[in-house]
Design a protein around this ligand. Structure first.
Ligand SMILES: Cc1cc2nc3c(=O)[nH]c(=O)nc-3n(C[C@H](O)[C@H](O)[C@H](O)COP(=O)(O)OP(=O)(O)OC[C@H]3O[C@@H](n4cnc5c(N)ncnc54)[C@H](O)[C@@H]3O)c2cc1C
Ligand code: SF4
Length: 330
């Protein structure tokens, strides 16, 4: 492991200034992803700016009736918060579906959104990888890609984003807030992650040196009837091979509002807007749910070993929306 400096920031402007003074430094949240990558030699920062003592650890109701979640709120505190559980249950479920209790106690909201892909080649310095070393190639396309992307990928990279939390935040139109030396900024989650294109190493639209300060969720009454369902190869402590955050408002058998976001199928949480549009105003039936999933997945481009994800996601949409419809009927 390369030698690195360590500084603890005590306020937001101080953190931004410390990073600005050393462009090769990185912010340190819980360290559960960054430190692993440093040990593997994938990340080689000159210094770390520890942000865990910043006053960004609150979850507050907004005047509009949504929630503002500070960037250093731990995954455990987020999942346990009564207003998160009441207003956005799928978010609490998504966070609890991730990692382990110990990791969730350390991991932060900002760090979770910026965690790197779990593609094995990315973390293996003996292999080429366009995301780690632009222009070196993507061995996953011909090699191990069972858990790689079926939506929005390109020949330059087929990696998936691993965050469960991000999938629920996407369904609920979260806005990421950040601070830079030039002042604050905001990015809707829909614009936060960049398309893969031919630059898979550029993952977000955050300006250089930006410190994530929090995430705001607008009010979403539909979110009160919501669910996160994660499919994985073990019952716990495993990343998703496919996941769904869904919220549904059904009246008299018709869909009044629906939110759908897919996880583990793209380089970012994938908001399923085609499926949402297909469902709105129509019947809440298994046939309609399947047709909506098909509309979204029509854009899927699969590789030999990940084509199963199309069926998996279709089945997830049908089963979760059917459950939510039954819940609304009770
Ligand atoms: C074994 C294991 C299993 C896991 N399973 C899952 C899972 O199933 N689902 C899931 O979603 N996650 C999973 N995780 C990932 C875990 O949730 C992430 O490692 C964690 O959320 C990252 O948060 P952190 O605070 O530790 O980030 P760090 O490791 O501290 O940082 C990650 C990145 O974010 C940057 N960063 C951190 N905070 C800020 C900030 N405020 N502003 C700007 N940049 C910042 C860092 O510089 C770094 O680049 C797993 C991790 C492990 C090790
Ligand atoms: S899928 Fe992306 S992260 Fe994985 S080897 Fe290819 S370029 Fe690298």
């Amino acid at each position: 492991m390369k030698e690195f400096g360590y500084q603890r920031a005590v306020d937001v402007s101080g953190a931004v200034a410390l990073l600005g003074a050393d462009p090769d430094a990185r912010y340190l949240g819980g360290g559960t992803n960054l430190v692993d990558l440093m040990k593997a030699g994938v990340e080689r920062p000159a210094g770390l700016v520890d942000v865990r003592e910043l006053p960004l650890d609150e979850i507050e109701l907004t005047e509009a009736g949504g929630l503002r979640i500070g960037a250093t709120v731990t995954n455990s505190d987020l999942a346990a918060h009564p207003e998160v559980r009441r207003r956005y249950p799928a978010l609490a479920q998504a966070v609890l579906a991730g990692a382990s209790g110990q990791l969730r106690n350390m991991a932060t909201v900002g760090g979770n959104l910026l965690q790197r892909t779990r593609c094995g080649y990315f973390a293996d310095l003996t292999k080429p990888c366009n995301k780690r070393e632009p222009g070196s190639g993507c061995p996953a396309i011909e090699g191990e890609h069972r858990n790689h992307a079926i939506l929005g990928a390109t020949e330059h990279c087929v990696a998936t984003h691993p965050s469960d939390m991000g999938v629920a935040l996407s369904a609920f139109d979260a806005v990421v807030e950040y601070e830079t030396a030039d002042g604050p900024g905001r990015l809707p989650l829909a614009d936060f992650y960049l398309p893969v294109g031919d630059t898979p190493h550029l993952e977000t639209a955050l300006p250089p040196g930006a410190l994530i300060t929090g995430v705001t969720l607008p009010p979403a009454p539909v979110a009160a009837v919501s669910r996160y369902r994660k499919v994985r190869e073990r019952a716990s402590y495993a990343f998703a091979i496919g996941s769904l955050a869904a919220a549904l408002d059904v009246r008299d058998g018709l869909v009044r509002e629906v939110r759908l976001a897919f996880g583990a199928v793209a380089s970012r949480p994938w908001r399923a807007r085609e499926a949402e549009a297909a469902l709105c105003g129509g019947p809440a039936t298994a046939e309609a749910f399947a047709a909506a999933a098909d509309a979204e997945l029509a854009a899927a481009e699969t590789l030999p070993d990940n084509a199963y994800k199309v069926t998996l996601m279709r089945n997830l949409v049908v089963s979760v929306l059917t459950e939510l419809t039954e819940e609304a009927d009770r």
